[in-house]
Each structure stands twice: as structure tokens, then as C-alpha cells.
Design a protein around this ligand. Structure first.
Ligand code: HEM
Length: 397
């Protein structure tokens, strides 16, 4: 057997997945890799294999498994303590997921549209009032996504930096278990204070509903509720921040695509899905352990081995998406797996779509002269964090 490749493989172009995925898909659709922790695991690069593994009831997402392919140095040890439900299996996983799903249906999310539009407009007013240049990541992308998740859950919106720092540490691949646990501890402290408040005086936000329907009834413990809300804040913040900033950059670099959206704003929802597919920022989020031998084109991944179902590789499989690196808003991208597949598929996907649509449509409508304020080559991308993104995006108008 050949030596395992080092994983993750950095992107050469921020707008598409690593070049090596195409060769692996052809030659080694299940390839052995060495992770930053020194452990080995398998990566899958074909659309059908990625979906099959994620749909299989034999596949485990339990972070406590010795071969769980954690990507961050301290991720497994900290995760085994805090037990985010994204890294649990049924029946435990089902119990948490059922708590959240009714609050994030298409209908519920549709009702949030006016609030998300209002948040977005207010943040844009502030950015525009402050001058004629800004870093779009903190001033807009992070602000919109953090304020929206705070609105959903019922968290105070006055300290956006606090949430930014927590996710930077908890999602950073170089963070130690102590650093991750300390960051989560800060978040849990804030959430615990808020839970205590809602126990006394419930409102009509998500946290109040979970307190009334699930904590008071004994369906979840206090720690389980903290962990569920904690992972929702973390999963819902960093992802949308990265998508808003990276999509903005892509559209600034592709004036033809931007013109298409300006001429036909009804294309925005389809554009959002195509951007999710092509950018596939959560490429290596689905970390799993094979529960039975998995046969991929003659190579057998033995039961008990760690595997990573690469969503970006699946979303760039030319068998399913011809000419995959090309952005085409008329592709009709309904089959992409940017939100995952199977029982862990993103619970926040309707909210994410709404946020992205409103954030991008509002920005380009209200700031038609928006432009990049530094040479493209100077931009720094987040190669070392759980989801791909951009550190800072200096713009002017
Ligand atoms: C562009 C934005 C987003 C992307 C690309 C994204 C991507 C994903 C992916 C790929 C998964 C599956 C992980 C796996 O299979 O291991 C997932 C799960 C999850 N996402 Fe998202 N997400 C986004 C936004 C959000 C938002 C806004 C929220 C919260 C409102 C959220 C909350 C969650 C939660 C709680 C899970 C765990 C679900 C489970 O394990 O059953 N995400 N997300």
C-alpha cells in the first residue's frame, strides 16, 4: 500500500476544492491519509460513495471512538467532554435533533425574513455611515451571521467579537483540548446565565421554547441543553460568515455573474445554492467511523477505521455536475451536498439560505460601487480552520 497522503490538502484557488481531488476520484476514490493529529483515516471523493457512507446506518459519528478522524489537535478530547450532538449517534442524536428541527422548518424560517432583513439593513447602515471603506468580514459577514443566530436563539447581540473568538479557537485545527474547553466554557457560562433567566421569565425565542418544552419536562439535562445550543451557535455562525464573505469576493471577481444577478434578482435563491456547491466550505466537516467494511471500487475500508466523506469533492464530481468549477446559476443545483447528507444533514440549512440570499442581495443592491480595496493576491484564506473561509476582506465603495 502506498504511503498515506497528508490531509487536509490546501486549496490553490479559494473558489474551488483542492486540485488533487480530481485525480484521487479517478485513481483512488478511497485514499488513506494522515491527519494533523498523526492518525490515519480514509477520504472519499466520489459523489455516490460520499452519499452512501453518510446514509448508512452502520456509519458512526461518535467522537469518542478511538479512530474518530478529528482534524484539530484538541478536538476529540474536548468533544468527548462536551458531546456536541453533531458528533453523536442515534438514539442519542435523534433526541437532540428532534428538539431543534421544529424550530428551523421552512415555515419558521420564512417568518424570520423581516427580522433578518432588518438586521442586515441596520448593519449595512452602520458600515456605510462609518466611511467609504471597511473590512467586510467583521463589519458585515460576521455581524450578519452572528446577529441572526443570536436573534434565533434569543442571545444578546451586543458582543459580536465574543462569539468570533469562541469559534476561532473551537474550530481552529491548532487549538489544544484545554484551549477548546476554555473557549466552550466561556460560551457555556453565557448560555447558563441566559437559561437561568429564561427559566424565570420565558420569552418567545428558541432558548425559551427549549427550556419550557424540554428542560422543565426532563427531556434534556442542563448540560445537554448547553451543549445543543452551543453547537448550534458555533455551527451556524462560522459557516455563514465564511459563505457571505467568500461569495462576495467571488462575485466581485466575476462581474458577469454579478450583472446576471442585477438583471434578474429572482436568480438569487438559485445563485445561493450554486455558490454553496462550488465553494463547499464545509468540505471536511463529516467525520465518521466505518461501522462495517466499506467497499469502494475494490478498495476495502475496514470496519472501525476513520473516514471523511468530502462534501466538496462530491459537489465537484463531474459525473453529477459537469464542468464542476464553473459557476452557473442556471444549473439547477438541487442535488448538492454542501449541507451534508443523511441523518446529520444541516438542521440550519433553511436559515443559512435565507441569510445568504438577504446578505448578498442587500449588499450589492445598496452598495453598487463595492470593490476590493487590496490586490487579490494579498488576501489570506482560512486553510487551518474547520470550514474554509477568508480572514479579512478589505472593500471600498
Ligand atoms: C452556509 C452555511 C452552513 C453550512 C455550509 C453548513 C453545513 C453543515 C454540514 C455539512 C453539516 C453536517 C455535518 C456532518 O454530517 O457531520 C451541518 C450540520 C449542522 N448544522 Fe450546519 N451549515 C450551515 C449553517 C448552519 C446554521 C445557520 C445553523 C444553525 C442555525 C447550523 C446548524 C447545524 C447543526 C446544529 C448541525 C448538526 C446536525 C446534526 O448532527 O444532526 N448550520 N451543517
Amino acid at each position: 500500500m502506498s504511503n498515506p497522503l497528508d490531509f487536509p490538502i490546501p486549496r490553490t484557488c479559494p473558489f474551488t476544492v483542492p486540485d488533487a481531488y480530481a485525480r484521487l476520484r479517478e485513481e483512488q476514490p478511497a485514499a488513506r491519509v494522515t491527519l494533523p493529529t498523526g492518525k490515519t483515516a480514509w477520504i472519499l471523493t466520489r459523489y455516490d460513495d460520499v452519499r452512501a457512507v453518510l446514509a448508512s446506518p452502520a456509519t458512526s459519528a461518535d467522537i469518542r471512538h478511538p479512530n474518530f478522524p478529528a482534524m484539530g489537535i484538541g478536538e476529540q478530547e474536548a468533544g468527548a467532554k462536551s458531546r456536541p450532538f453533531i458528533r453523536t449517534d442515534p438514539p442519542e442524536h435523534t433526541r437532540y435533533r428532534r428538539m431543534l428541527l421544529p424550530e428551523l422548518t421552512v415555515k419558521r424560517v420564512r417568518a424570520m425574513r423581516p427580522a433578518v432583513q432588518e438586521i442586515t439593513d441596520a448593519l449595512l447602515d452602520r458600515m456605510l455611515d462609518a466611511g467609504s471603506a471597511a473590512d467586510l468580514v467583521p463589519a458585515y459577514a460576521n455581524a450578519v451571521s452572528t446577529s441572526t443566530i443570536c436573534e434565533l436563539i434569543g442571545l444578546p447581540k451586543d458582543d459580536l467579537e465574543f462569539f468570533h473568538d469562541i469559534t476561532r479557537v473551537s474550530g481552529g485545527r491548532g487549538s489544544t483540548a484545554e484551549e477548546v474547553s476554555a473557549a466552550l466554557g466561556d460560551l457555556f457560562k453565557l448560555l447558563a446565565d441566559l437559561i437561568a433567566l429564561r427559566e424565570r421569565e420565558p420569552g418567545d425565542d428558541l432558548l425559551s421554547k427549549l427550556v419550557v418544552d424540554h428542560l422543565r419536562t426532563g427531556n434534556v439535562t442542563h448540560h445537554e441543553l448547553l451543549s445543543t445550543i452551543g453547537i448550534t451557535v458555533i455551527a451556524g455562525r462560522e459557516t455563514t460568515t465564511n459563505m457571505i464573505a467568500l461569495s462576495t469576493l467571488l462575485l466581485l471577481r466575476e462581474p458577469g455573474l454579478l450583472a446576471e444577478l442585477r438583471d434578474e434578482p429572482v436568480l438569487f435563491p438559485a445563485a445561493v445554492d450554486e455558490l454553496l456547491r462550488v465553494l463547499s466550505i464545509a468540505d471536511s466537516i463529516p467525520l465518521r467511523v466505518a461501522g462495517e467494511d466499506v467497499d469502494v471500487d475494490g478498495a476495502v475500508i475496514p470496519a472501525g477505521d476513520g473516514l471523511i466523506a468530502l462534501l466538496g469533492a462530491a459537489d465537484h464530481d463531474p459525473e453529477v455536475f459537469p464542468d464542476p468549477a464553473t459557476v452557473d446559476f442556471r444549473r439547477g443545483t438541487t442535488r448538492h451536498v454542501a449541507f451534508g447528507y443523511g441523518i446529520h444533514q444541516c438542521v440550519g440549512q433553511h436559515l443559512a439560505r435565507l441569510e445568504l440570499e438577504i446578505a448578498l442581495e442587500t449588499l450589492f443592491r445598496r452598495v453598487p460601487t463595492l470593490r476590493l480595496a487590496v490586490p487579490f493576491e494579498e488576501l489570506e484564506f482560512k486553510q487551518e480552520s474547520a470550514t474554509f473561509g477568508i480572514e479579512s476582506l478589505p472593500v471600498a465603495w
